[in-house]
Design a protein around this ligand. Structure first.
Ligand SMILES: Cc1cc2nc3c(=O)[nH]c(=O)nc-3n(C[C@H](O)[C@H](O)[C@H](O)COP(=O)(O)O)c2cc1C
Length: 330
């Protein structure tokens, strides 16, 4: 019997496949289907910080206008006020407790946020509703010219959330720190339980006939997994929390590579939109087949075997790989 169990954020999962936050995980029947097909855990569709603020009757105070990033929050809050119903947060809380009654796998709530403000006073309700953990999708765009300190802002938000919860908290990060290795390592030691590498941000596109801006492809493709793979290999063994690989993980081979690089779990979304929920079962079967062929009886035996954790200087190591490949210096 092959043992696929893994520990992620201090929680035992029956296998490393987590279904990432998406529209499917915003619907109970779909989540039950994901569990039936073998998912190890799910991250629920996110609620926005602005939706929580909207429900708690948060008003935009003039005094707050000085805070960094506040103009962005004020504008998006105005948008939310006009476009969503008042009780989205209560609905989200009920949704969590309904999902928990229906499925046995761990259920992670998800909040998409941009600031450490008032909304954090209400996150305890997620824990009370039964969420096994919380994933923060911190949407700090680098597009502003104001020079927002990305790392400082993330630290403030996580600190504020961690103070209010006893369930584990993870962060889904974008691939965009200036000193990425150092920032991820520091962040992993702040008390958070997991880091997801990486988030997939919306891409921008242009309709050349209508001369209008549009959104690029929502779904990833299989080549998108290499960014995550490299960073999981670089960071595993150097962080103080679990790591999950995400974006572009479409097939069993990509899952295997993530585990070999050192991931504790992986998040899948696009492949399930493209191949259906039953594809989880296919990935698990292929993973077991590979383990059997390699003589592994437990996933833990494979974890991190091909990561960079024993390489003392990864900068030199990567330089030499580059020379080998592009300079034919063997
Ligand atoms: C239809 C759809 C809805 C999504 N909704 C959310 C969301 O609410 N919150 C979030 O953090 N990520 C959301 N995502 C991003 C996914 O969780 C994931 O990070 C991204 O799709 C990359 O993984 P993939 O390559 O496996 O698709 C969504 C993705 C898709 C395709």
């Amino acid at each position: 019997m092959i043992d696929l169990t893994t520990h992620y954020m201090g929680i035992q999962l029956k296998n490393p496949i987590i279904v990432g936050s998406c529209s499917m995980t915003g619907n109970i029947e779909e989540i039950m289907g994901l569990e039936e097909n073998g998912a190890g855990a799910v991250v629920l569709k996110s609620i926005f910080e602005e939706e929580i603020l909207n429900e708690i009757g948060y008003s935009i105070q003039d005094s707050e206008m000085e805070k960094p990033g506040f103009a962005q929050l004020a504008e998006t809050l105005k948008y939310v006020n006009q476009h969503v119903t008042q009780n989205r947060f209560s609905q989200y809380i009920s949704f969590i407790s309904d999902v928990k009654k229906k499925v046995g796998i761990p259920v992670f709530a998800s909040i998409n946020c941009i600031s450490e403000g008032e909304w954090t006073q209400h996150v305890h309700k997620l824990e009370e509703a039964g969420a096994d953990g919380l994933e923060l999708n911190i949407f700090l765009s680098r597009s502003g010219l104001s020079g927002l300190n990305y790392e400082k802002s993330i630290n403030k938000i996580t600190k504020s959330v961690l103070q209010k919860l006893s369930i584990p908290v993870s962060i889904k990060l974008g691939n965009c720190f200036a000193d990425q290795a150092q920032s991820i390592s520091k962040l992993s030691k702040t008390g958070i339980s997991g880091i997801v590498l990486f988030n997939k941000f919306n891409t921008m596109d242009i309709d050349v006939y209508n001369l209008s801006n549009t959104t690029g492809k929502i779904l990833s493709n299989a080549d998108d997994s290499y960014q995550s793979l490299r960073w999981i290999a670089l960071m595993s063994g150097k962080v103080g929390c679990s790591l999950a690989g995400a974006t572009g993980i479409h097939h069993a081979n990509a899952v295997i590579k993530q585990v070999l690089a050192g991931a504790d779990a992986v998040q899948l979304v696009s492949t399930l939109y493209l191949n259906g929920k039953t594809y989880i079962r296919q990935i698990l079967d292929d993973l077991e087949l590979w383990m059997d062929k390699k003589g592994f009886f437990s996933l833990k035996q494979a974890k991190g075997l091909s990561g960079y954790k024993d390489i003392l200087d990864t900068v030199v190591f990567e330089r030499i790989q580059f020379m080998k490949h592009y300079g034919r210096i063997l």
